[in-house]
Design a protein around this ligand. Structure first.
Ligand SMILES: Nc1nc2c(ncn2[C@@H]2O[C@H](COP(=O)(O)OP(=O)(O)OP(=O)(O)O)[C@@H](O)[C@H]2O)c(=O)[nH]1
Ligand SMILES: [K+]
Ligand SMILES: [Mg+2]
Length: 345
């Protein structure tokens, strides 16, 4: 690779990264600053009239206006999905159009809300063109959302002194040390530790430096399957990956599968608590994100509980002695359906 080509690459990568920098805040976006609530947030993204509001109205107690005309929904409408003890915030959004990310319509604002999601539902209309999914992916990508990809495996630590240390555990074929150093220089970073554990590109390295990308899982929801032939349905089922759910809000088909898929994708874990000498409280589980520990359980019960913690007993999948309980500390990872008893000092 020539030196000029390399400089050009860096310039392009920098330019692409600039596009992702947060916009200056304008007047308050009406209805778009919805407070996060519940155990997780799921955003509905799709072209107009694919059935986003119909789905929200069907699965939550919130009524979002449904209409046969495009752009019925003009703001973000939150509803609460109650499933397996979890309270999941489902956010209905206005339909987006092609080039939304470039600011067409209120597209950029809509697509930007998706950045706050724990899971994005990409909703498409089975009776419309096959290109919807690719177009929606492109719009989300354009505001810095990476769907269904893990962040680059790079540890970057900025320091106040000591110069630049670069280490890599794998062979780098798309970027070299000189390029990394010139990128750091253009961002005026003179002291840092970089540990690269994956064969990354220039763009990915800049992503790590700026932290502007969001890595979010998504599911594709194909709605209105009542409107297509058996053959089309078959073909869609074959083409869909493991992340596709086909539904009909109209005929109430597939909605249960969709909710189950959402639940699984969020990796929520529910844990029951048990007081000494009593039966576990099965009616009121605590819902936690995957990776939760006994400490998270404590926080879920009471803010100050962890500071009085002595030990816990856990029954269930995370107990080494299942079905017998295990005595554990705050850092023990709980699993779905565990029963936890907390003992305090
Ligand atoms: N045939 C059929 N029609 C549906 C289905 N789901 C929704 N619709 C209809 O599709 C139209 C649009 O529904 P909405 O829920 O308003 O769609 P939306 O995606 O919220 O639309 P915007 O807010 O305008 O972006 C309405 O006439 C719905 O009754 C379905 O499963 N099958
Ligand atoms: K509509
Ligand atoms: Mg709507």
């Amino acid at each position: 690779m020539g030196v000029l080509q390399k400089i050009e690459d860096i310039e392009m990568a920098k330019y692409r990264a600039q596009l992702l920098e947060p916009e200056k805040k304008g007047p308050k976006g009406e209805g778009f600053d919805v407070m996060k609530s519940g155990d997780a947030r799921v955003c509905l993204i799709g072209f107009p009239s694919v059935g986003k509001s119909t789905l929200l109205s069907k699965t939550t107690k919130t009524e979002s206006v449904v209409g046969a005309y495009e752009f019925t929904t003009l703001t973000a409408i939150p509803g609460v999905l109650e499933y397996e003890g979890a309270r999941i915030q489902l956010l209905d959004l206005p339909g987006i159009v092609q080039d939304a990310a470039k600011g067409r319509g209120r597209g950029r604002q809509v697509v930007s809300v998706a950045k706050t999601a724990d899971l994005i539902l990409i909703m498409i209309d089975a009776t419309k063109s096959d290109e919807q999914k690719a177009m929606l992916y492109a719009e989300l990508e354009a505001v810095g959302i990476r769907l269904n990809t893990a962040p680059p495996d790079v540890v970057f630590k900025q320091k106040t002194a000591g110069g630049i240390t670069i280490n890599n555990t794998v062979k780098l074929t798309k970027i070299d040390e000189r390029t990394i150093r010139s990128i750091l220089q253009t961002y005026r970073i003179h002291n840092c530790d970089v540990m690269i554990r994956e064969d990354i590109t220039t763009d990915e390295f800049i992503d790590v430096l700026l932290g502007t990308r969001k890595y979010i899982p998504s599911l594709t929801v194909i709605n209105k399957i009542d409107g297509v032939s058996m053959e089309t349905l078959d073909r869609m089922a074959r083409e869909g990956d493991g992340r596709t759910v086909m539904i009909s809000c109209e005929l109430d088909l597939g909605i249960d599968w969709l909710l189950e898929a959402v639940w699984k994708e969020l990796g929520l874990v529910k844990v029951y608590t048990k007081k000494r000498g009593e039966q576990p409280d099965l009616g009121d589980p605590i819902c936690l994100r995957a990776g939760a520990t006994v400490e998270t359980v404590c926080h879920g019960i009471h803010r100050s509980l962890a500071s009085h913690f002595k030990y816990a007993l856990v029954w269930g999948k995370s107990s080494k002695f299942n079905p017998q309980p295990q005595k554990v500390g705050l850092t023990h990872h709980v699993q779905d359906e565990d029963v936890v008893s907390i003992f305090t000092k």
